[in-house]
Design a protein around this ligand. Structure first.
Ligand code: ATP
Length: 224
């Protein structure tokens, strides 16, 4: 059975979610107050309607209650974003994802019970900052305020050593959860301690931010 989604606000962020979900074959109800935005999504989404999501009556008429997951991607109008989220919550929507504009907005959304609050500009900024620090840091994903998972190219200091030699857990407090071997393209999840790291290998490491930061400084960042 197809899953049903609604995307409220068809700016760059909401529009991109709507496009991607539709391409993946999902049922998507696209909502925006602006006619031209809605017209843009008429051929893409299953249904595209002009509506103000702050209006509870309109939301009910659109049958929003039957939708599994609603994405609120109203950007600049923080009040509209909060009111819409509150209304969706009161209507009993199972899963609500909301884009936050700033930290205060995020706090309020968490308080009123949004299931997932995303902050795409801030998160992408952080990820890019990490990859700018070193060509060896390929990606950085936040798991919580103080824990992350990073994808790093093996630094020169790691080459030819195994996980016992490097003793990353004891020395830095973080864990190597997978190694992707550059030569074979094979991914080894939960690698053996005896596995030797070769040039071109990629390590997936999980841990506290402060520990990952030490690990990156000492073992990943080569003098470029
Ligand atoms: P992005 O950063 O994703 O590009 P944007 O800058 O386009 O977003 P906004 O223009 O603030 O963000 O809002 C996103 C969309 O939400 C706009 O197309 C806007 O018309 C729509 N929108 C704003 N308020 C409402 C509302 N109450 N109901 C439905 N749609 C709304």
């Amino acid at each position: 059975m197809k899953r049903e989604f609604a995307v409220i606000g068809l700016g760059r962020f909401g529009g991109s979610i709507c496009r991607e979900l539709s391409e993946e074959g999902m049922e998507v109800l696209a909502i925006d107050t602006q006619e031209e935005k809605v017209n843009e999504f008429k051929e893409i989404a299953s249904h595209a309607v002009i509506a103000d999501a702050q209006d509870e009556k309109v939301l009910k008429e659109l049958g929003i209650r039957n939708i599994d997951h609603v994405i609120v991607a109203i950007g600049d109008n923080i009040q509209a974003s909060i009111l819409t989220t509150l209304m969706l919550k009161e209507l009993g929507i199972k899963k609500i994802t909301v884009k936050a504009q700033n930290d205060y907005h995020e706090k309020v959304l968490n308080k009123i019970g949004a299931d997932q609050v995303v902050h795409p500009e801030r998160d992408m900024g952080r990820r890019i900052a990490h990859s700018i620090i070193s060509n060896n840091i390929l990606d950085h994903l936040e798991l919580s305020d103080d824990h992350s998972i990073v994808e790093v190219k093996a630094g020169t200091k790691m080459i030819g050593q195994n996980l016992v030699d490097l003793d990353i857990r004891a020395n830095y407090g973080c864990n190597v959860v997978a190694i992707k071997h550059g030569k074979t393209n094979e991914i080894n999840v939960s690698p053996m301690a005896t596995e030797v790291i070769e040039p071109g290998d990629i390590l997936i490491v999980i841990g506290a931010d402060k520990d990952i930061s030490r690990f990156e400084k000492h073992l990943v960042v080569d003098d470029e």
